[in-house]
Design a protein around this ligand. Structure first.
Ligand SMILES: *Cc1c(COP(=O)(O)O)cnc(C)c1O
Length: 445
């Protein structure tokens, strides 16, 4: 079932590697990176299964799934084939006035898999844009209802929804990495982050902050936007499904739409196909991305209900005001379809549950370290929270020397491996992590 192709070992000479890395350092900006004091980057020559092959010949076991997305592993023959087949037909065609089978079939599939009320799909090119689209849908919906003053968002602290301007406005104002832009962002409403953890008994006081904000401001609020169950880049927190159920009830009570940003959680990562299933909650608008194409191409989708789409289109201007140039790119839609088929044909529930059990067991030794504050696992996500932020460069070097690829931020060291990872590789990955984390000098003082 699993595919192990052969690959060339090191095809680049050291001189080329050094030259490329030098050019990279001078000219290529990396995510959240300095252009004057660039930390080292590692040149990837190829990747196969759960292994990244560096140009210098070293191999790293991937603990990140390239930021939640590569759920089937790298260089998968079925996904490669889907792109090749579509490439021979057309790589791209504009979506204004034209359509194509991959987009139509993908929309049909997404509508089938997501909660029943979600019936329409708007494709875009990245998660941040899918969030922008969701926010615009909510605002345009209330505008069409003759309530243009309902144009603010309510969200929960510790959230992350992307790096574009409207998405930044609903990220956590402190941990959301956008503090310096505060003055130019649209002010939004922030409820306290849920404190009830995933497995904890529900405490109704947890929802009070959201309830009070809705009670006082629902006349100005278009939607509540939140990540369901797992707050990702804003803190790697897992909260009680009951919080989500209460949020849905409050949105109904105060006539506010609910937007669920499933971009990090979608397609099985939390043990359910979509994280909202943990609470049996249906949003009015849902954002998908990251694992949508199995990590092959950039593609995102915003789904909504008949109520919202008809609400928008039955009033002036009668159309939804958004349209990206590369909307519904056929290569991306084709590989997304293949990725979803692959997922549904695989025993992904057992795989994710097995990863969850293994992570709980294998990461437990870190709890004995004084400098580790917390360890938590949900589905295919394992998080170790340290007492102080890690020294990024030093800890990255240590991980690479241990043969694993892990990219922490702040006090959060976390794993979300591809679903296809074998026991032996997951053990290598977690053992490496546990060993590296034993060294307290890798934390800031
Ligand atoms: C990554 C992420 C985004 C942004 O997606 P991009 O593709 O990076 O623009 C939005 N929301 C959540 C929950 C995410 O994890």
């Amino acid at each position: 079932m699993r595919f192990f192709g052969s690959y060339k070992l090191c095809s680049m000479h050291n001189i080329t590697i050094d030259h490329l890395l030098q050019l990279d350092q001078q000219q290529v900006w990396h995510p959240y990176a300095s252009m004057t004091q660039s930390p080292p980057v590692y040149l990837v020559e190829s990747a196969q299964g759960v292994r990244l092959k560096l140009a210098d010949g070293r191999e790293l076991i991937d603990g990140m799934s390239s930021w939640w997305s590569v759920i089937h592993g790298y260089n998968h023959p079925r996904l490669n084939q889907a792109i090749r087949q579509q490439l021979d037909k057309t790589a791209h065609v504009m979506f204004g006035g034209l359509s194509h089978e991959p987009a139509i079939r993908l929309a049909e599939k997404l509508v089938e898999l997501t909660p029943a009320a979600l019936q329409q799909v708007f494709f875009s090119d990245s998660g941040s844009v899918a969030v922008e689209v969701a926010l615009k849908m909510a605002i345009q919906y209330w505008h069409a209802q003759g309530q243009p003053q309902k144009n603010k968002m309510l969200t929960i602290r510790s959230g992350y929804h992307g790096d574009t301007f409207a998405a930044m406005s609903v990220c956590d104002p402190v941990t959301g990495m956008h503090e310096l832009f505060t003055d130019v962002l649209t002010p939004q409403f922030f409820a306290d982050a849920p404190q009830c953890r995933f497995d904890e008994t529900w405490d109704e006081s947890d929802i009070q902050s959201m309830q009070q904000l809705l009670q006082s401001h629902h006349g100005e609020i278009a939607a509540v936007i939140m990540e369901p169950i797992v707050q990702g880049a804003g803190g790697m927190r897992f909260y009680s499904p009951h919080y989500l159920r209460r949020a849905r009830e409050l949105c109904d009570e105060y006539d506010v739409l609910l937007i669920l940003d499933e971009i990090a959680t979608n397609f099985g990562r939390t043990g359910k196909l979509f994280a909202c299933e943990h609470a049996a909650v249906t949003p009015d608008i849902m954002c998908l991305g990251k694992a949508l194409t199995g990590g092959y191409m950039t593609l995102a989708a915003t789904l909504t209900t008949d109520r919202v789409s008809q609400g928008i289109c039955n009033a002036k201007p009668g159309v939804f005001m958004h349209g990206p140039t590369f909307m519904a790119n056929p290569l991306a839609c084709s590989v997304a379809l293949a990725s979803i088929d692959l997922l549904l044909a695989s025993p992904w529930q057992e795989q994710v549950r097995h990863i969850e059990d293994q992570l709980k067991q294998l990461l437990a030794p870190t709890l004995a370290y004084d400098h580790v504050a917390d360890m938590r696992v949900l589905g295919g996500i394992g998080v170790i929270e340290t007492q102080r932020p890690v020294k990024m460069q030093e800890i990255t070097t240590a991980f690479v020397n241990a043969g694993i690829w892990v990219r922490p931020f702040g006090k959060l060291v976390y794993l979300m491996p591809p679903f296809v990872i074998e026991d032996i590789d997951l053990t290598l990955l977690t053992n490496g992590l546990v060993k590296v984390l034993a060294d307290e000098s890798l934390l800031m003082t």
